[in-house]
Design a protein around this ligand. Sequence first.
Ligand SMILES: Cc1cc2nc3c(=O)[nH]c(=O)nc-3n(C[C@H](O)[C@H](O)[C@H](O)COP(=O)(O)OP(=O)(O)OC[C@H]3O[C@@H](n4cnc5c(N)ncnc54)[C@H](O)[C@@H]3O)c2cc1C
Length: 322
Amino acid sequence: MSVLVYIENWDGKLKKLSFELASYATQLAESLQLPVNAVSLGKVDESELKKLGTYGIEKVMSDSNELFKSLDNRAIAKAINAAAAKVGAAIVVIANNNLGKAVAPRLAVRMKAGLVSAVQGLPVSTAPFVVKKIVFTGKAFANIEVKSANKVLTLAPNSFKLVEKAVETLVEAFDSGLTAADFETIIESTNKVTGKILLQDAEIVVAGGRGMKAAENWNQLEELAEILGAGLACSRPVSDEGWRPHAEHVGQTGKIIAPNLYFAFGISGAIQHLGGVSSSKVIVAVNKDPEAPIFEAADYGIVGDVFKVLPQFISAAKEMKS
Ligand SMILES: Cc1cc2nc3c(=O)[nH]c(=O)nc-3n(C[C@H](O)[C@H](O)[C@H](O)COP(=O)(O)OP(=O)(O)OC[C@H]3O[C@@H](n4cnc5c(N)ncnc54)[C@H](O)[C@@H]3O)c2cc1C
């Protein structure tokens, strides 16, 4: 028996969340006294995969088939299942992102495993096996007992701190046995967004709500985001009004993000908005209404007018940068 973690890459570079997953899988395996292995799909250099050694991963099985670039979730589930069978994995850990949410149920069916999505942290108990997850858009926790021998867990982003445990990582070539016929999604061309920070990858996000009053006031948020190297986001009414593109709308019906730092300027903090940002590590809110619900979710709050506070943020950020 062992624990297996699926390590994602983008264009051959390990994603930030892969290190969090590696760290989680190592700690989980330790608590169960099981070995831990990783599986990587697609072309990733050995030197890149060896970085997982910082977080306790002793072996990575690497299937460098270029077709995995298509992110075909059925093919990925099949390949992870093959890797799990090879190392006798009883628990597979994957990310709770768009890809993970599509792969996990397919993998659970293949492995005849119990599935818990958006798990928060290490199990509450290992025998019985009980894990904690957030429910009701962040209003409550649920403890879920998994009774099946095999288990698939998707880890909520930013729910587990990196724990360093340096080991030498062995990278082993792995053939998951998939052929071109297994890939039903074919990417013919890719248009990359350039010059912009993708919201889901951003470590810092600067967001504005209806309190920003008008589209033309966004230049201040853009300036702050530029200085901080941050992504830009907005509340839903802002994109509904056409002040910002829909791609920037975060929340229950928009993008779900988990940056290290989230700035909310003139955002009330409705439950539907918080549903998309509450996994942020630190939330800083600026709102003129001291009773605004955002202050209940915020780690730091400033009661004030955004148009007075924002310029001060910008000059402080410039000073910090220089
Ligand atoms: C089914 C459903 C799904 C939804 N999905 C989403 C979603 O995914 N994402 C989302 O964001 N919303 C969503 N909503 C809408 C959500 O309920 C709120 O209406 C929305 O989040 C409010 O946006 P807001 O905070 O920008 O605006 P408002 O609620 O109008 O709040 C503006 C805030 O700005 C403050 N303010 C005003 N002027 C200033 C100033 N000069 N300085 C400082 N502060 C100021 C005010 O005090 C206020 O708190 C959804 C709603 C429903 C019903």
